[in-house]
Design a protein around this ligand. Structure first.
Ligand SMILES: *Cc1c(COP(=O)(O)O)cnc(C)c1O
Length: 411
């Protein structure tokens, strides 16, 4: 039980302005607000061993989360996700110690559940009753599911070409869903107007402080699963950047708590499709802020984010870590997706297939070493992307004798 969180204050990420916690906050100077904790008090209250006896769920790290009263937790069972050694895929790519952390096991089949579980719980604590968000896909489904669980109203705007399953799941969970002839940023603008006009809370990526705290648990969980150390390399499919920023924040908090056995952080690789690579372009140009690329397009819908409000936080984390922002070819995404699904049996989403492409090249070029410990995040389930891959299956004529030789040749 806990009566009150260890949050000390909130902080405007762009200029460090201190803002009060325990009141509704959105952005500061149009940029993200981050949660800060009294780490000394956390260190005095719990040790790493405290977590061992707790349920396998993101809420096991509650001292490092912002909720003041656990009665407000809105949960669909945010299970700990497996970290799996992938020797067969590793061999194909030239890596001995490749691991995939499979976030597709979470409610609604994507890691968006971590952020929404946290943010919807906070919204409940603040007495908010209606939510709105733009989505490129999985965020809308996750928000709709958690809003349903909390008994809140939910409004979602998504680009017209959003994957079918994402359109259905949001609607199925009772959200009002509108398709927009435009990009995620157009949906974002409309969501902001809807929030004002209809008195809803805007849950857009990094336009409220708590989704990133939920995604932070990916980093906490990874550290605990690896025995309180961290891998050499993390490959992360980067759209709005919540996951990458959240993990980097987790590693920073763990290091300050003195909970990492080797005080060595991973090189963070922000992976994008060359159909929409704003962070990669800014990284290459040595810029702190990104510009929208021309004609953004990718079947990895979660990465189709031409403008990210937290661009500078993504770029800061990547640079501080000694990693890079790298792009892989849009027209090879299905090839990498098939490769991972076939060699390991893990349903890799197209966003994470982009990471496979980045890894393949980085290994070939010596940017990442064969003997390094590499963790690649599978952020959603392949099953959600029925449009991403064309699969033509032959029909077997079973009315006459079957030519088994011809059949086995085609296998
Ligand atoms: C949203 C999403 C991403 C990008 O997430 P960020 O953490 O906001 O960069 C990656 N993969 C999938 C499947 C997503 O749904």
């Amino acid at each position: 039980m806990f009566d009150s969180s260890f949050v000390s204050h909130l902080e405007g990420a762009i200029d460090g302005t201190i803002l009060p916690a325990r009141t509704i906050q959105t952005t500061h100077e149009g940029r993200p607000i981050l949660v800060r904790y009294d780490l000394d008090r956390i260190g005095a209250a719990v040790t790493r061993r405290t977590f061992q006896g707790r349920p396998q769920s993101m809420w096991r790290y509650r001292e490092l989360l912002p909720l003041d009263d656990e009665r407000f937790i809105v949960s669909l069972g945010e299970t700990t996700t497996p970290l799996m050694h992938c020797p067969r895929l590793g061999e194909r790519l030239g890596a001995d110690k490749l691991f995939i952390k499979d976030e597709s096991r979470l409610p609604t089949g994507s890691f968006k559940a971590r952020g929404m579980a946290m943010a919807v719980s906070m919204a409940k604590q603040f007495g908010i009753t209606g939510l709105v968000a733009p989505t490129a896909g999985n965020a809308g489904g996750a928000m709709a599911a958690y809003a349903a669980r909390a008994g809140m109203d939910c409004l979602v705007f998504m680009p017209r070409d959003t994957p079918m399953v994402n359109r259905y799941e949001a609607a199925l969970h009772g959200a009002k869903v509108f398709l927009i002839d435009g990009l995620i940023n157009d949906c974002g603008r409309i969501a902001r107007q809807a929030a004002e006009a209809l008195d809803l809370f805007d849950m857009s990526t990094l336009k409220e402080p708590y989704r990133v705290e939920g995604k932070k648990t990916m980093g906490l969980e990874l550290a605990e699963q690896m025995g309180w150390s961290l891998p050499d390399v993390i490959l992360y499919p980067t759209g709005g950047g919540t996951g990458l920023i959240g993990m980097w924040k987790a590693f920073d908090e763990l290091a300050r708590l003195g909970w990492l056995d080797m005080d060595r952080k991973p090189r963070m690789y922000a992976c994008q499709s060359d159909g929409c690579p704003p962070i990669v372009n800014a990284f290459d140009a040595g810029l702190r802020f990104a510009e929208a690329p021309p004609e953004p397009h990718t079947i990895a819908s979660g990465l189709c984010v031409p403008v990210a409000v937290a661009d500078f936080l993504i770029l800061d984390a990547v640079r501080q870590s000694g990693g890079k922002a790298l792009a892989a070819e849009e027209d090879r995404i299905d090839e990498w997706m098939r490769l991972a699904c076939r060699t390991e049996g893990i349903g890799l989403c197209p966003e994470s297939a982009v990471c496979v492409g980045v890894l393949e090249r980085a290994l070939a070029e010596g940017e990442i070493g064969r003997d390094e410990t590499i963790v690649l995040f599978n952020t959603a389930a392949a099953q959600k992307y029925v449009e991403a891959i064309e699969i033509d299956l032959p029909v077997l004529d079973h009315t006459g004798p079957i030519d088994w030789e011809a059949l086995s040749d085609s296998c």
